[in-house]
Design a binder for this molecule. Structure first.
Ligand code: UGA
Ligand code: MN
Length: 253
């Protein structure tokens, strides 16, 4: 199968660093197609140039999050969901451009996480929806499906954060057979759900809990980490900008 990784991304000082880390992991994955969706009204020059020279097979899209759903500068990040508009644009692209004869797996790969190449090998085994542990998320070292090693079935989840979610998983903790997403043409992410329910929203429309396929050695291995990049301190840069100067004049960072 082709692995279609959908990455919402938005302009900020660390954006190119994030995309570079991802691209250099993805270059180690064969049969890989990166769908990068900018949270912007138009594709930016930075991301366009970045993708052109990345060496990856990619599709570049852009769609801005509507202003009423965009986080304010001082809003805590749990206030509004992120990536809804962008992931839906990617789902639309898949449905408009691929056929049921295209064999693939779809993964929602946020731009700030850390991915092991081993994760993508696991995805090749997926029939419907594969699930696995995610490191450093939900207030825990590891959030994971509980896998019965006799039946190799998902018996439950160890999540501590909103454990009553229908699928208490992070976005990084599952991937979906392309065919399922092409057949369920009305499955989308939504603004009309509680905070933290995006994963449950898409999954409940296409799969049941007993159909989940535990991967990564019956969910005993961590191949993806929900890392979050600290925003850099740019106080000196701000002072330069006030004086009409900048450290990176003519240089892309
Ligand atoms: C958690 C999950 O890991 C996300 O997959 C989920 O979308 C999010 O919660 C949620 O509940 O909406 P978290 O680390 O808090 O994630 O989210 P971010 O990494 O800040 O954002 C997820 C993705 O959306 C990233 O790829 C980010 O670049 C993108 N994003 C973020 C935008 O496209 N626009 C924004 O304004 C902010
Ligand atoms: Mn994140």
């Amino acid at each position: 199968p082709v692995i279609y990784a959908i990455t919402p991304t938005f302009a900020r000082p660390v954006q190119k660093a994030e995309l570079t880390r991802l691209a250099q992991t993805f270059l180690h994955v064969s049969n890989f197609h990166w769908i990068v969706v900018e949270d912007a009204p138009q594709k930016t020059a930075l991301v366009s140039r970045f993708l052109e020279t990345s060496g990856l097979i990619y599709t570049h899209l852009s769609v801005a999050t509507p202003p009423n759903y965009k986080l304010g500068r001082n809003d805590p990040n749990w206030k509004k969901p992120r990536g809804v508009e962008q992931r839906n644009a990617a789902l639309r692209w898949l449905r408009e451009n691929l056929k049921l004869s295209n064999k693939g797996v779809v993964y929602f790969a946020d731009d700030d996480n850390t991915y092991s190449v081993k994760l993508f090998h696991e995805m090749e085994k997926i029939q419907r929806v594969g699930v696995w542990p995610v490191g450093l998320v939900g207030g825990l070292m590891i959030e994971k499906p509980i896998c019965d090693n006799v039946t190799n079935k998902v018996m439950g989840f160890n999540a501590a954060w909103k454990p009553d979610r229908p699928f208490p998983l992070d976005m990084a903790g599952f991937a979906i057979n392309l065919e399922l997403l092409l057949k369920h043409t009305d499955a989308w992410f939504s603004y009309d759900v509680q905070g933290g329910y995006q994963e449950s929203e898409i999954l409940r429309q296409i799969v049941t809990k007993d159909q989940l396929e535990p991967l990564a050695d019956c969910c005993t291995k961590v191949y993806v980490w929900h890392t979050r990049t600290e925003p850099p301190q740019l106080n000196v840069e701000q002072m330069l900008i006030k004086k009409g100067k900048r450290s990176n004049a003519g240089i892309e960072v």
